[in-house]
Design a binder for this molecule. Structure first.
Ligand SMILES: [Zn+2]
Length: 205
C-alpha cells in the first residue's frame, strides 16, 4: 500500500491518496482539487471517502467528481448534510462545480477496499455525530479523520453538534482492537502510531 499526503486548504487538511494493487482511493479532498489531481497523476479514483461533513474535508469533492466522475462515500449519519448540498454553513462547498454527490452511505463494519487492502469503517462520534475512521488490520493503518490526532490530542468537540461525552466514549471503546503498531493518519498535522497515542492519550487503552 502506498500513501501520498496532500496538505490542502486554509487550515491544512490532510488529503490522503491510497493506492494498492492498481486501485486508488482518495480520503478527505478538503480543497485544492488541481493539487490533488496533480498528485493522482492520471490514476483513476475508485472511490472518494469523506471522514465527516466539515467543509475543510470536502470542499474539493464537487470539482473532483466533475473532473473524474468518481463515486463518493461517507457515513450514513453525515451524508444527508452533503449529498446534493451546495452550501454548508457559510461556505460554498460546490465552488461553482455543482453540488457533491454521495453514492454510498457507510455504517460500522462496512468495508472500503483498495486493491488487496480492506479497511473497516469504525463509527467514531464526538467531533461530529457521523465521524468515521478507516482501519486496515493487515496493513496496520488507521485513517482517523478529526477524531484522533498525534501527540495525545483528539478532535475539537466545541462545534455545533460536537459532543465531548461522545468523544470520550469513542476514544475509550472504539480503538480497542487497533494494534499498537498501527500507523495513525489524522485529518490534520503529522501521523503517529497507536502505541504512542496509547501512551499519551489517557482515554485510549
Ligand atoms: Zn472537522
Amino acid at each position: 500500500m502506498k500513501i501520498d499526503t496532500c496538505v490542502v486548504g486554509p487550515i491544512e487538511t490532510n488529503c490522503y491518496i491510497v493506492e494498492d494493487a492498481g486501485e486508488t482511493i482518495v480520503i478527505d479532498p478538503g480543497d485544492q482539487p488541481l493539487l490533488i489531481m496533480d498528485a493522482l497523476a492520471g490514476r483513476e479514483i475508485k472511490e472518494i471517502i469523506v471522514t465527516h461533513y466539515h467543509w475543510d474535508h470536502l470542499s474539493a469533492l464537487s470539482a473532483l467528481q466533475e473532473a473524474t466522475g468518481a463515486r463518493a462515500a461517507m457515513s450514513q449519519k453525515d451524508a444527508d448534510r452533503v449529498d446534493g448540498v451546495s452550501r454548508l454553513d457559510s461556505f460554498d462547498i460546490d465552488r461553482g462545480h455543482g453540488a457533491p454527490r454521495i453514492d454510498r452511505r457507510l455504517s460500522e463494519g462496512d468495508e472500503v477496499t483498495v486493491g488487496e487492502c480492506v479497511f473497516k469503517v469504525i463509527e467514531t462520534p464526538g467531533h461530529t455525530p457521523g465521524s468515521i475512521c478507516l482501519y486496515c488490520a493487515e496493513q496496520q493503518t488507521l485513517f482517523s479523520g478529526d477524531t484522533l490526532f498525534a501527540d495525545g490530542r483528539h478532535g475539537r468537540t466545541d462545534f455545533v453538534d460536537g459532543s465531548q461525552r461522545a468523544m470520550v466514549d469513542t476514544l475509550v471503546n472504539k480503538f480497542i482492537d487497533v494494534s499498537d503498531d498501527t500507523r495513525v493518519y489524522p485529518g490534520h498535522e503529522h501521523s503517529s502510531t497507536m502505541a504512542r497515542e496509547r501512551k499519551l492519550n489517557s482515554h485510549l487503552r
